[in-house]
Design a protein around this ligand. Structure first.
Ligand SMILES: [Zn+2]
Length: 395
């Protein structure tokens, strides 16, 4: 069968590379891939028998990449770890409406940062087999947490041999990365934010196992000694990083590491605030962290460090994530690149995704309003395509 190419017509093509937007831009598809891009204002030689996808009233962007989220958690319901402890079937069922919200907001790829029972592996398979709609998932399997650390649902992992074993089990199941929890968290009462759960040797084992398999370690780290250890031992993506200091930031830049900001869970009224503020300890942590994050992320943005963002289970709130980035000082193009080109680099998928360029996969979204005028317009997503096929769900 001869495959007919598809021509996507747009009002404006914002390809994610940082180059000037193209008025009357187009992308030409062959199956799931982009084979040409340009502007219809220029004299172009297009094949005669193309199928037209008419998005000529829309601003076209690459499909968005959420660099840090979970499937089964709903922060607005409170006690996230108790949610993860629920039976596996329940967690899978909760995941489905969550990923529909993600895809409808324009997220076509997301990094899942820890689930019990390997439900992330099962959900990824269900999406790939076409049983359910969803973004492309990059998964970490079961997170590595010390017994006295933040993030304990069921599984705990202590000592170098247990770290080695769980890292290998995750990799054997098909994990794309290893997730490690080090410092305390904002959404749990038990551990302070500068708590440091693992030793340098335990971190080094996780990095060694991941690296040998061609993967990397992503680590939950807010600041203090825990963040120091991660920087020193070769953890590649630093999740949350709310309390990063100037010295740590210098090292992060020098080692070309990535900071993953997660703002909506902290600032949005439907985030931790909605339910967990009934705990005075958590309320106090959140209020302190809000103040610090606003200051620190301004410093991080000014520094030019590698910075991307994730909704951390605030499914569908990727636009809010970018609005926060804008409030902390990022320009509109810089913010958009934090969920497109740079997000793909952080996730090591830049050869396939993140920009709308020849040779890449045809994941793109159509927005009613121009996000370069106002990041709030990232909420105006009306069409979502993954691999050249429309995937927005009616819910
Ligand atoms: Zn998380």
């Amino acid at each position: 069968m001869i495959r007919i190419n598809k021509l996507v017509k747009t009002r404006c093509l914002i390809d994610g590379t940082g180059q000037e937007p193209l008025e009357n831009g187009y992308i030409l598809l062959d199956g799931e891939k982009i084979i040409e891009t340009g502007s219809l204002n220029d004299s172009v030689n297009l094949p005669a028998d193309v199928e037209i996808i008419d998005l000529s009233n829309y601003y076209l962007l690459p499909g968005l990449i959420d660099c840090h989220t979970h499937l089964s958690i709903n922060p607005e319901k409170g006690n996230q770890l108790a949610q993860m402890r629920m039976p596996a079937t329940n967690n899978i069922l909760r995941s489905i409406p969550n990923i529909y919200k993600c895809i409808n907001s324009g997220v076509t790829t997301m990094r899942v940062m820890g689930e019990e029972y390997y439900i992330d592996i099962d959900v990824r398979e269900a999406i790939e087999r076409g049983l359910i709609y969803g973004p492309r998932l990059l998964v970490s399997g079961i997170g590595l947490v010390a017994s006295n650390g933040h993030g304990v649902a069921h599984t705990t992992t202590d000592g170098r041999e247990e770290v080695r074993k769980l890292a290998r089990q995750n990799l054997a199941r098909g994990a794309d990365l290893i997730k490690m929890f080090m410092t305390g968290g904002v959404s749990s009462e038990g551990s302070s934010l500068d708590f440091c759960g693992y030793t340098a040797k335990e971190v080094a084992v996780a990095v060694e196992e991941a690296t040998r398999a061609g993967k990397y370690v992503a680590a939950h780290a807010h600041g203090g000694r825990g963040l120091d250890l991660y920087i020193q031992e070769g953890v590649r993506t630093l999740e949350h990083a709310a309390f990063t200091d100037e010295k740590q930031l210098e090292q992060i830049i020098e080692k070309d590491l990535w900071i993953v900001g997660t703002f909506s869970i902290l600032f949005h009224p439907e985030g931790i605030e909605k339910n967990d503020f009934s705990s005075p300890i958590i309320r106090d942590k959140v209020l302190k962290a809000r103040k610090k994050v606003a200051e620190n992320f301004n410093m991080i943005i000014e520094s030019g460090a590698n910075l991307v963002v994730g909704t951390d289970s605030m499914h569908g709130k990727i636009a809010y994530e970018l609005e926060c980035l804008g409030r902390f000082g990022a320009g509109n193009i810089q913010a958009i690149q934090a969920v497109t080109k740079n997000a793909a680099r952080a996730c090591q998928i830049e050869d396939k995704l993140g920009t709308l360029e020849k040779g890449k996969l045809a994941d793109f979204i159509a927005l009613r309003e121009n996000p370069l005028d106002d990041l709030k317009n990232m909420e105006t997503v009306e069409h979502v395509y993954k691999g050249g096929k429309e995937v927005k769900i009616n819910i």
